[in-house]
Write a protein that binds this ligand. Structure first.
Ligand code: PLP
Length: 361
């Protein structure tokens, strides 16, 4: 068996160690005589898996006790609606738009209530962050929403740019959660679809300050109410049990990498060598994003000669380097180098890209 070098944007690569453990435990989880997929979510075995996953996540991210951790379903897209449903409380919310995902979040929230765009960088093609002067905040907003890593445009908000604005900060961290240390206390709510840095699709993580619970109007569906989900320990109904189990294995794997500080150092080196390859290619490859907000997880790039796109992807496939086609809305290429993509994998990608440029430049 030869596994590919997987640079998919999501669902994406998982640590091989995690997959091997899941394989080993597939028919018989630790003597239970059945798979995690086949056991009751209310039994003591699954309850222990869920409790351990939450404890490990709390340790990794340093999540204070006043925050609830919810393992939900519906993806980050459901959160685009669930957040305003729960938090607007008849007011208006501010959104900063730095790419396709925050733009989608605005569109969805507008179906629920009043939303203001406090800043957008769309006119730049989403290649930069707004300046402080460009951001027009409403001091009475119910919350301020940001997407801290735009998966399609490759724009990441550096931690030092996250300032206290006096209103609860809500962040879509789907594509860079767990990739670096984060100060959870700066946020009112953090959410992420699992299928990049957490585990299989089907699990959606929500970390929410308890002060934001209980604000939902009575007419929203029970399953959409954070307070109800929190009271029931994410178990109002059947949770995505197998996905939570895999997420738990990923958290244990992350702890073995030295936690978020450990993975941060590896991710920094991976991103460094990939951007260096692009920037030193003499214009053969280019990345349009301002260096001060280039994503360390999603690296979009274009070839100077678009006629080489198809040969590039074909040669990449030949080299077992997969998942490089850019999102359909922007074209070009994109390499997603999430936590489970090793430095060795990124070196293989860089080797391939240098070689392709030499042969075709
Ligand atoms: N937000 C971001 C930043 C994403 O990258 C994605 C998916 O790639 C989404 C939201 C939507 O996630 P989901 O497919 O889980 O609804």
């Amino acid at each position: 068996m030869t596994r590919i070098w997987n640079f998919s944007a999501g669902p994406a690569a998982l640590p091989e160690e995690v997959l091997r453990q899941a394989q080993e435990e597939l028919l018989d989880w630790q003597g239970a005589g059945c798979s995690v997929m086949e056991m009751s979510h209310r039994g003591k075995e699954f309850m222990s898996i869920l409790a351990q996953a939450e404890a490990d996540l709390r340790e990794l991210m340093g999540i204070p006790e006043q925050y609830k951790v919810l393992f939900l379903q519906g993806g980050a897209t459901q959160q685009f609606a669930q957040i305003p449903m729960n938090l607007l409380a008849g007011r208006s919310a501010d959104y900063i738009v730095t790419g396709s995902w925050s733009k989608k979040a605005v569109k969805e929230a507008q179906r629920i209530g009043n939303v203001r765009v406090a800043a957008t960088t769309e006119e730049s093609g989403f290649t930069r962050l707004p300046t402080a002067e460009e951001i027009k905040l409403d001091p009475f907003a119910a919350y301020l929403h940001v997407c801290t890593n735009e998966t399609i445009h490759g724009v990441e908000i550096p931690a030092e740019r996250i300032a206290d604005t006096g209103v609860p900060l809500v962040a879509d961290m789907s594509s860079h959660i767990l990739s670096r240390p984060v100060n959870v206390e700066k946020f009112g709510l953090i959410y992420a679809g699992a299928q990049k840095n957490i585990g299989p699709s089907g699990v959606t993580l929500v970390i929410v300050h308890r002060d934001l619970l209980g604000m939902a109007p009575l007419n929203i569906p029970t399953v959409m109410d954070y307070a109800v989900m929190a009271e029931n320990g994410s178990m109002l109904n059947t949770p995505p049990t197998f996905g939570i189990y895999i997420a738990g294995l990923v958290f244990q794997w992350l702890k073995k990498q030295g936690g978020l500080a450990g993975i941060d150092a590896i991710n920094a080196e991976k991103a460094r060598i990939l951007y260096e390859c692009i920037d030193n290619s003499g214009g053969f490859y280019t990345n349009p994003v301002d260096p001060d907000c280039r994503s360390r997880m999603n690296v979009p790039f274009v070839l100077a000669d678009a006629a080489l796109d198809a040969p590039f992807l074909a040669a990449a496939k030949e080299a077992r380097v997969l998942g490089l086609k850019g999102h359909k809305s922007v074209g070009g290429m994109r390499a997603s180098i999430y936590n489970a993509v090793s430095l060795e994998a990124v070196k293989a990608l860089v080797g391939f890209m240098n070689d392709f440029a030499k042969r075709n430049g």
